[in-house]
Design a protein around this ligand. Structure first.
Ligand SMILES: *Cc1c(COP(=O)(O)O)cnc(C)c1O
Length: 405
């Protein structure tokens, strides 16, 4: 189908929940994708931090092909080996003792919210149900997770919101201390706010949160849906931030593109999820788990993670140099291959300019460019991005000068 036909079909038949870029992507390889007309793009979106191993990684493709031929789905009425192997792998390489599988980030957070409520219900009684979350956070689009998300724009028009959430500014320990009460069941946050504009949590702040939570038996929940799976240079971001949570959620990169989410927890918390308390028909199905297992194996082998760490530093350096050269760049923030660039100008216009020049990037909010490429991104591809941004910013300066004449 030609691109125009695809666009017309989308306008006619799809609910209009997305503002899409005007291209139709048909295939990908490594950190590059190709549109209907055969144009090549360097992919700094990576399916929004999903395509951890890039497009068409042979290990991932082979794992999916083999598992699809053997067994795609049977439900959680039975045991399946890929689900158990994946759980073992995650448990062996994290703080957690137990895993629940689902299909997305929002569902992983739903599981975390239910787990936190039930744990508190059983241990401390019905009055302890409130979860403190951060302003500017993002936890998903289901009714519970939009209530958890501290941004009015995702909540507007869907009221009444699910009760039991309170919001505090990010990186402000004093605000948490004054919000904590007899009702507090958990504190939930992203170690790096992704959708909220790439803001990294301070180590000291996290250390204080951990101490407060331990002291009062409040559960600390890390939403690592975006920061997990090597994105920041270690398997999970918390490893670099010096603090372990009680519950952690994963999705995005976990399946390398196959839909899968996970809620991980310490044994003492996980025990309250007994048969019948939570479930998902598709959750942890063999196909999704085989894919996630392939992703884990590649990451744990080490080379891709080392590469991601080096490329993260290279990208951060390139963006920082770009900031030094261009006044429109206000700040560069991030960790590893999750980087943000705050601008003085409309970020969406820069996204559109990049697309025309063959580079896919994404904006969070009005002013922040976000870069979340596959971990296999190369130095050469990062150079392409920096050259493209440089050309766009230079062009804007020239256009402004022309406008003054
Ligand atoms: C993307 C994201 C989610 C939501 O994940 P979905 O798979 O879209 O439901 C939740 N939390 C964070 C931090 C995310 O980045």
């Amino acid at each position: 189908m030609p691109t125009e036909e695809v666009k017309d079909g989308a306008a006619r038949c799809l609910m209009q929940t997305y503002a899409r870029q005007p291209i139709s992507i048909v295939r990908g390889l490594g950190s590059k994708v190709y549109d209907m007309e055969g144009r090549e793009y360097v992919d700094f979106v990576g399916g929004i931090a999903v395509n951890i191993l890039g497009h068409g990684h042979p290990d991932l493709v082979q794992a999916i092909q083999r598992q699809a031929a053997q067994l795609i789905h049977v439900s959680n009425l039975y045991y399946t080996e890929p689900q158990v192997k994946l759980a073992q792998t995650l448990v062996d390489h994290s703080f957690a003792d137990k895993v629940f599988f689902c299909n997305s980030g929002a569902e992983a957070n739903e599981a975390a919210i239910k787990l936190a409520r039930r744990y508190n219900h059983e241990k401390h009684g019905a009055g302890r149900y409130e979860i403190i979350t951060m302003k500017n956070s993002f936890h998903g689009r289901t009714l519970a997770t939009i209530a958890a998300t501290g941004q009015e724009k995702v909540q507007k028009g869907f009221e009444p919101l699910m009760p039991g959430f309170a919001y505090v500014p990010f990186n402000d320990f004093g605000a948490i201390e004054s919000m904590v009460s007899e009702k507090t069941a958990a504190i939930m946050l992203e170690p790096i706010q992704g959708e909220g504009g790439v803001h990294v949590a301070d180590r000291e702040y996290l250390k204080n949160l951990r101490e407060l939570c331990t002291q009062k038996d409040i559960l600390l929940i890390f939403d690592e849906v975006q920061t997990g799976m090597g994105r920041t240079g270690t398997l999970f971001a918390y490893e670099q931030l010096g603090v372990e949570p009680d519950i952690m959620t994963l999705a995005k990169g976990l399946g390398g593109g196959m839909p899968i989410g996970a809620c991980l927890a310490k044994e003492s918390v996980a025990v309250v999820f007994t048969p019948g308390t939570h479930a998902s028909t598709f959750g942890g199905n063999p196909l999704a788990c085989a894919a996630a297992l392939a992703v884990c194996r590649v990451l744990l082998e080490g080379r891709v993670l080392d590469h991601a760490k080096r490329m993260g530093e290279y990208l951060a350096k390139g963006l920082a140099d770009c900031k030094d050269r261009h006044r429109v760049v206000r700040e560069v923030r991030g960790l590893g291959l999750l980087q943000g660039m705050e601008l003085d100008i409309d970020a969406k216009a820069v996204v559109a300019d990049c697309l025309i020049r063959g580079v896919l990037i994404n904006a969070t909010g009005e002013r922040v460019l976000r870069f979340v490429p596959p971990l296999v991104i190369t130095q050469h591809e990062i150079d392409r991005l920096i050259e493209t941004l440089t050309a766009i910013f230079n062009h804007r300066v020239m256009a402004e000068k022309d406008a003054h004449h």
